[in-house]
Design a protein around this ligand. Structure first.
Ligand SMILES: Cc1cc2nc3c(=O)[nH]c(=O)nc-3n(C[C@H](O)[C@H](O)[C@H](O)COP(=O)(O)OP(=O)(O)OC[C@H]3O[C@@H](n4cnc5c(N)ncnc54)[C@H](O)[C@@H]3O)c2cc1C
Length: 469
C-alpha cells in the first residue's frame, strides 16, 4: 500500500495544487504535513502580520482537508529531520512538495532531498506557484531576461497552464498512532504578538477576493489601481499569492471570461511582474544580498537613524508618506502606489539604503515576499534590473496631490490633518499656524535640496568616486 507525504509550504490550499494532487492520485494513504520551521519563525524578516495570516490559512486548510476525510499533520523542528522521522513513521514511499525559489528554501530543500535520499525515500518537487520558472523563459541568446517588457512578451507567448482539479476524498486514513501538534490558538504562541488588523486568510477568503475583484475592480484597474483610497482599485490578492491560498492558474483561467479590455490586460501585466521578480531572484540570487547592479553597492547613503525612525513611524512631515507608513504599521498592507512613494522617499529624499527599507517592509508586510519586495525596492532605488533610472525621483507632494487629490487617504491615517482642506492637506507647512496647533511635524528634509544630493551620490558611485554629499 503506497503512502505519500505532501509537504505544504507556500501552497496552502486543496484546489489547483500540483504536488498535492499528484500525491493524492499516486497514493493509497496521503499524509499532508506542515512543519513549523524555527529558522523562519525566528528570522528578523518575519513579523506578526504574516505569521497570523499563515496560522489562519493553516486552520482553514486543516478544515478543508478534514471535510475530505484527510488529516493535516503538524510538526515543529528542522524540516529534513522531521520529514525523515515522519517518512519512517508512516513508511512513506515518497515525499512530494511544490517548489519554492527563495535562496533559503533552495538550500533547505537540497538538504531535505539529501536526508531523504540517505533514508531511502524519494523526494519529488513540482512547479506550481508560477507559469514559468527558473530558466523557462530565456532571451534569444539563451540568457534570463533582465528587462521586463521583452520578458512579458515572451511570457505571454507561452501556452497557459490550466487549473488542476481539487483533490478527492481520503482513500485510507492516516493511522491514528501518527501524532500531530495542534495548531497554536494565537500567533503569540509562536513568538509573534499581533497588533495589526487581521487580513482575511485561507482558501475561501482568496476565492472571495478574486471573485469580488473580477466583478468590481478589474474593468477599471487601468486607472483605479493608482488610487489608494479606492477599495476595489486593486485585488488585494498579494498575501494569497504569497501563501498559495490561490494559484496563478486559477486566476488566469478566469480572466478570458471577464469583460474589461485594458483593465484585464494591465492586471495580467502585474501578475507577470510577480513572475519576473521570482525569476530574477532564482537566476540572480545575489540580489538578496546587494544591488542587482554591483556598482551601486558603492553608494554612500548618508541618512540618519533618527530620519529612519521618522519614516518607520510616519512622522516625516510629508503627509502621503506618513499616511502610508501608518497604514502599513496598522494593517500590514500597503497600496502599490504608496509603496513606490515611500520607498522612493526613503532612498532619494532621506538617502537611506533601500536595504533598510526592504527589511522593515519584510517584517511588517502581510504579503512580504523576498522576490517582489526586493524587486520593488531596487526598482525604486534605481539599483535594480530595468529599474526606474536613478534620476527619476518622485516629488512626494505632487504624488500626494495626484493620487489622493481630495486628501481622503491622508485624513484617514493622519488624524492631525483631519480638518485641513484638500488644497492644503499635502502641504500643511504652508499654514504654520495649523502645524503648530495640530502637532503634525514640519518636513524633516527639503525635497529640492535632497534631490540634488541624491543625484550627486549616484553620480559619484557611477564614476567610482567616493563622497557625493
Ligand atoms: C517597495 C515595494 C515593495 C513591495 N513588496 C512586495 C511584497 O513584499 N510582496 C508582494 O507581493 N508585492 C510587493 N510589492 C508589489 C506590489 O506593491 C504588491 O504586489 C501589490 O501592492 C499588492 O496589492 P494587490 O494584491 O492589490 O495587487 P494587484 O494590483 O491586484 O496585482 C495583482 C498581483 O500581482 C502581483 N503584483 C502586482 N504588482 C507587482 C509588482 N510591482 N511586483 C511584483 N508583483 C506584483 C501581486 O502578486 C499582486 O497581488 C512591492 C512593491 C514595491 C514598490
Amino acid at each position: 500500500m503506497k503512502t505519500i507525504i505532501h509537504w505544504f509550504r507556500r501552497d496552502l490550499r486543496v484546489s489547483d495544487n500540483t504536488a498535492l494532487h499528484e500525491a493524492w492520485e499516486r497514493s493509497e494513504t496521503l499524509v499532508p504535513v506542515f512543519i513549523w520551521d524555527d529558522a523562519i519563525l525566528r528570522s528578523p524578516d518575519v513579523g506578526p502580520a504574516r505569521v497570523a495570516f499563515l496560522l489562519r490559512s493553516l486552520e482553514a486548510l486543516s478544515k478543508n482537508l478534514e471535510s475530505l476525510g484527510h488529516r493535516l499533520i503538524v510538526r515543529r523542528g528542522e524540516p529534513a529531520e522531521q520529514l525523515v522521522l515522519l517518512a519512517r513513521q508512516v513508511v512513506a514511499s515518497g515525499v512530494f512538495t511544490n517548489r519554492d525559489y527563495e535562496p533559503y528554501a533552495v538550500r533547505r530543500d537540497r538538504k531535505v532531498a539529501e536526508a531523504l535520499y540517505a533514508a531511502g525515500v524519494p523526494f519529488e518537487s513540482f512547479k506550481d506557484s508560477v507559469v514559468a520558472e527558473g530558466r523557462e523563459v530565456l532571451t534569444g541568446a539563451k540568457q534570463p531576461y533582465t528587462v521586463f517588457t521583452p520578458y512579458s512578451k515572451a511570457w505571454r507567448s507561452r501556452p497557459m497552464p490550466v487549473p488542476i482539479p481539487r483533490i478527492g476524498a481520503a482513500k485510507r486514513p492516516i493511522p491514528t498512532a501518527i501524532e500531530s501538534l495542534s495548531l497554536p490558538s494565537d500567533p503569540s504562541d509562536l513568538g509573534h504578538v499581533v497588533s495589526q488588523d487581521l487580513f482575511p486568510a485561507g482558501e475561501h477568503a482568496a476565492q472571495q477576493a478574486l471573485k469580488a475583484f473580477l466583478v468590481d475592480g478589474v474593468a477599471g484597474y487601468d486607472t483605479g489601481r493608482n488610487i489608494p483610497s479606492l477599495p476595489s482599485g486593486t485585488s488585494r490578492l498579494s498575501p494569497h499569492l504569497r501563501f498559495g491560498t490561490v494559484n496563478i492558474r486559477t486566476i488566469l483561467s478566469k480572466l478570458p471570461s471577464v469583460a474589461g479590455g485594458a483593465g484585464v490586460r494591465t492586471w495580467e501585466t502585474e501578475l507577470i511582474w510577480r513572475e519576473f521578480y521570482i525569476q530574477i531572484l532564482a537566476n540572480f540570487p545575489h540580489v538578496a544580498e546587494g544591488c542587482f547592479r554591483p556598482e551601486y553597492d558603492r553608494l554612500e547613503w548618508s541618512g540618519t537613524d533618527e530620519q529612519f525612525q521618522a519614516w518607520c513611524t510616519g512622522h516625516t512631515g510629508f503627509p502621503i508618506v506618513d499616511a502610508a507608513m501608518r497604514c502599513l504599521n496598522a494593517t500590514g498592507w500597503m497600496h502599490n502606489r504608496l509603496r513606490m512613494i515611500v520607498s522612493m522617499f526613503l532612498t532619494k529624499d532621506l538617502l537611506i539604503s533601500w536595504q533598510r527599507g526592504e527589511r522593515y517592509f519584510m517584517r511588517q508586510l502581510v504579503d512580504g515576499d523576498l522576490a517582489a519586495n526586493n524587486g520593488g525596492w531596487q526598482w525604486s532605488a534605481g539599483t535594480g534590473t530595468d529599474a526606474a533610472p536613478y534620476f527619476r525621483i518622485f516629488n512626494p507632494v505632487s504624488q500626494g496631490e495626484k493620487f489622493d487629490p481630495a486628501g481622503s487617504f491622508v485624513r484617514q491615517w493622519v488624524p492631525e490633518l483631519r480638518d485641513v482642506p484638500a488644497d492644503r492637506v499635502h502641504r500643511p507647512w504652508e499654514n504654520p499656524l495649523l502645524l503648530g496647533r495640530s502637532g503634525y511635524p514640519a518636513p524633516i528634509v527639503d525635497h529640492a535640496h535632497q534631490r540634488e544630493r541624491c543625484l550627486a551620490m549616484f553620480k559619484a558611485a557611477r564614476s567610482g568616486m567616493a563622497g557625493g554629499s
